[in-house]
Design a protein around this ligand. Structure first.
Ligand code: ZN
Length: 271
């Protein structure tokens, strides 16, 4: 599943090829994404200029004047930039054609993604309005996390993955950040001290930044490349390593479940 680092890497890969350019055509081959691609999307977009591409949580926001084209990748979605448009393959569902000969192609085998039009301020849209702060933004800091978790009995890992508290921290990154911060994933969020939460903020930001940096080396893959987009493999401390020795202390890592998701942790390093 594309996580925040993949979405941010896509944004960086795509934006230079579309920003400042006029849309000349929109070809929808299959509308059946998570929600149907609006039938009037071509009429809304044609002739308009994409000003820039922003990201909010795991949504890409193509800004078109005061309006927005929202793109979400669901489980398996991806975007590619083509200067010479290849033959359409199975699961290529939408082509956005720009005036300078660039085509942005949306591919999504499982079709859980979305392509929607938001007229007017996007931040008020139901998909966006209840989202917490960005993990890499200034609003996500120790004071915020400390205040937001006071009185909360939920496990810190579940809190960290709650998009109303902070967006875009998926299972992999929650596992890694908690290990790096030395915090046991089941600890009640409200019991953690401010210094420990400060450390968690720093490690959450660090692990996401490292993944985005890793994605930077794949940016060229967004132009005239075939195949599936890569998933960045970091050298994880705990994720996917249950039963193996901890890289720090050698203790066997444990696998548990929290809210249907796998939790990997070191019983020695994480308290
Ligand atoms: Zn350990």
């Amino acid at each position: 599943m594309p996580e925040l680092p993949e979405v941010e890497t896509t944004r960086r890969g795509v934006e230079p090829h579309v920003a400042g350019h006029k849309v000349t055509d929109l070809r929808v081959y299959d509308r059946r994404l998570r929600w149907p691609v609006p039938s009037d999307l071509k009429a809304r977009l044609a002739g308009r200029v994409i000003d820039r591409v922003d990201r909010r949580s795991k949504y890409l926001l193509f800004r078109v004047g005061a309006d927005t084209l929202l793109v979400h990748f669901g489980m398996t979605g991806s975007l590619r930039v083509h200067t010479r448009v290849p033959r359409r393959l199975t699961h290529d569902h939408v082509d956005l054609v720009l005036e300078h000969g660039v085509t942005l192609r949306y591919h999504d085998p499982r079709r859980f993604g979305a392509m929607l039009w938001i007229a007017g301020p996007a931040e008020r849209h139901p998909l966006l309005r209840d989202l917490g702060p960005e993990p890499l933004g200034d609003a996500f800091d120790a004071d915020y996390l400390w205040q937001a978790t006071r009185g909360r009995r939920a496990a810190i890992k579940l809190a960290l993955m709650d998009s109303r508290l902070v967006v875009g921290v998926g299972n992999i990154y929650a596992n890694e950040a908690l290990f790096r911060a030395g915090i046991r994933p089941t600890t009640a969020a409200g019991r953690l001290s401010r210094p420990r939460l400060a450390r968690l903020v720093e490690e959450t930001r660090a692990v996401l930044r490292e993944a985005i940096a890793k994605g930077g080396s794949t940016l060229r893959d967004y132009v005239d490349a075939g195949g599936e987009p890569g998933y960045f493999q970091l050298d994880y401390y705990v994720y996917g390593r249950a039963g193996l020795p901890c890289r720090v202390c050698g203790t066997r890592l444990k696998l548990t479940r929290q809210g249907q998701r796998a939790t990997h942790h070191c019983p020695c390093c994480q308290r």
